[in-house]
Write a protein that binds this ligand. Structure first.
Ligand SMILES: *[C@@H]1O[C@H](CO)[C@@H](O)[C@H](O)[C@H]1NC(C)=O
Ligand SMILES: *[C@@H]1O[C@H](CO)[C@@H](O)[C@H](O)[C@H]1NC(C)=O
Ligand SMILES: *[C@@H]1O[C@H](CO)[C@@H](O)[C@H](O)[C@H]1NC(C)=O
Length: 249
């Protein structure tokens, strides 16, 4: 009896500690900006970019598209020396301005970084399914070491799929391949191109990459819950037995 009580005590303590830890990490998970999980900083290159808060507004001045994201541009271009150069550049939010426009079925975000880089994102809303997605990305880059300005675009993409009224979140690194010589790496991304209520994001739809990061704590949690259940069952069975024992005496 005392042993079962002890076992129960230990089991409950362990699970309480665990639940506290899990709660802590789920709290971290909800409140952004922390570095993305399981993405060690790259050995070379510019490191993880900083998150910018980009907006597009309607004619009447209300915010109609919100995009909080950290962006890294990966392009390959011809250098002034006529060599093919692979260049990875972080977009600096402090030097980047955002603008754009929103229609019923299409919304556009334009990011301009100095006079050197311009990125355009086009989102489409399917008014039948009420699903939106990023269908187009284009870039114009005029960088010092280029032979000539670099431009690329693709209007048949299918990234960042969300539902009307919801925001799309992907904290993990995600690569959006646009063309053979241009891709975007995104981090700490939270966007909503349609159906904003006021200036606030709608409920979050989390990307698959982020959900994968949650699987380990869930598995460990389930295992511990099972353990607690077994201890509890053992305790209840033991109690029942000892009751039966008293009755026969
Ligand atoms: C940049 O793009 C090239 C070609 O697609 C790819 O091999 C490389 O891994 C990318 N680098 C980063 C840091 O994304
Ligand atoms: C919109 O979604 C519906 C239902 O999923 C689909 O049948 C239709 O082809 C989509 N329309 C466009 C323009 O993509
Ligand atoms: C545009 O993106 C689609 C889908 O990822 C891809 O199949 C296509 O090759 C891309 N087009 C160009 C010009 O890179």
């Amino acid at each position: 009896m005392a042993q079962i009580g002890m076992a129960l005590y230990v089991g409950l303590t362990v699970s309480l500690v665990f639940v506290t830890i899990l709660h802590q990490s789920s709290a971290d998970f909800v409140s952004t900006p922390v570095p993305p999980p399981s993405t060690p900083p790259p050995q070379e290159g510019p490191g993880i970019p900083a998150q910018g808060q980009y907006r597009a507004k309607n004619e009447n001045g209300t915010v109609c598209l919100k995009a909080n994201m950290a962006l890294q541009i990966n392009i390959s271009f011809n250098s002034a020396e006529n060599k093919t150069v692979q260049n990875i550049v972080n977009l600096n939010p402090n030097e980047t301005s955002s603008s754009g426009s929103c229609g019923k079925e299409s919304a556009t975000l334009i990011l301009k970084s100095g006079l050197k880089t311009e990125l355009t994102f086009t989102f489409t809303l399917n008014t039948t399914s009420n699903k939106y997605y990023l269908n187009g990305v284009s870039i114009l880059a005029i960088w010092a070491d280029m032979k000539e300005s670099f431009s690329a675009h693709n209007d048949s993409l299918d990234y960042l799929q969300g539902s009307l009224g919801f925001s799309y979140m992907c904290r993990s690194e995600q690569t959006l391949k646009v063309s053979s010589d241009f891709s975007l790496n995104t981090y700490l991304l939270h966007v909503q191109p349609f159906g904003l209520t006021g200036d606030s994001f709608g409920s979050v739809l989390e990307c698959m990459l982020d959900e994968d990061d949650l699987i380990i704590p869930i598995v460990v949690g389930a295992a511990l819950a099972g353990l607690v259940l077994i201890v509890l069952l053992a305790y209840l069975i033991g109690r029942k037995r000892s009751h039966v024992g008293y009755q026969t005496i």
